[in-house]
Design a protein around this ligand. Sequence first.
Ligand SMILES: [Zn+2]
Length: 343
Amino acid sequence: MKHFPWMVFILLSIVSCQKRPDSVQIMTVNGPVEASEMGITLVHEHVIVDWIGADSTGYHRWDRDEVVGRALPFLLEIRESGVNTFLECTPAYLGRDPFVLKELSEKSGIAILTNTGYYGALSNRFIPAHAFEESPEALAQRWVDEFENGIDGSGVRPGFIKIAVNPADSLSALHQKIIHAASIAHKKTGLAIVSHTGPDGPAFAQIGILKTQGVSPTAFIWTHAQGGTLEGCIKAAQEGAWISLDNVNDAPPAEPGMPGAVEWYANRISDLKDAGLLQKILISHDSGWYNVGQPDGGNYNGYTVIFNRLLPELKKRGFTDDDIEQILVRNPREAFTIRIRYL
Ligand SMILES: [Zn+2]
């Protein structure tokens, strides 16, 4: 028994390595990072989009140096506002480019996350041919492979799953398959599911499918929840889903007497806070981007309206610095930490 103390030491070492309760991580384009380092986070933005369609897009369609040159000033601008982490939500077959994102992250000093998954909205024009035939398990395996081995030889691993469904009350068979595949990929990777959704109907249809797969609604980010009703957002948030109000912009009132966009967002966020759901709100601009095919990427919109316009409106409505930190720091951290969420 003279080796006994060593055995105890080795066993204790193994146990302490496995537990590591302090180590909760996100996956950036530069690899895993402690979630506690995320800081102020924009959860839904773009630096490049290619609208040509899944059958024609590819890396040959844009010049990486030109994209980086166009996007970088806008990232440096928000660095000044304290933004530390940025989720680039352009999916595969819509212009996703991990090489561009890695370079932008290195040059701007902002942590960037990219995604895996397929975009079904807009008549399935961005769905690759293989996805129409394959099983949910096969699709999920493609996305899990990207998480385990990186995207297209870049070494960059996705930090979340991005999908999209049509804004219809009942999901098509293909869109049911996509959310089913996302639930399988979630259970293998722990990546959160960001789903371009819009109204209440498809939000609850997707949450229903997740539940049948044993996945908690806390893994689901209801993207474009500004297209949903307040009642629907409250119900989904109470079930655990994340309410992503992600097209914050400074459009003027549609008609005299109506709220402008900034005021509308401030009111909706305030209503959710009054319902006790501040801890389920995510906000972003869904802005950008280098538009492939247009001269020098066309008209690029920045990512500053939240800082310059929305936060002052929230403060007028009694929001404290701690409330704002909840929305811009703690909620993204909780939503995008890599963790499998079983029902
Ligand atoms: Zn978007």
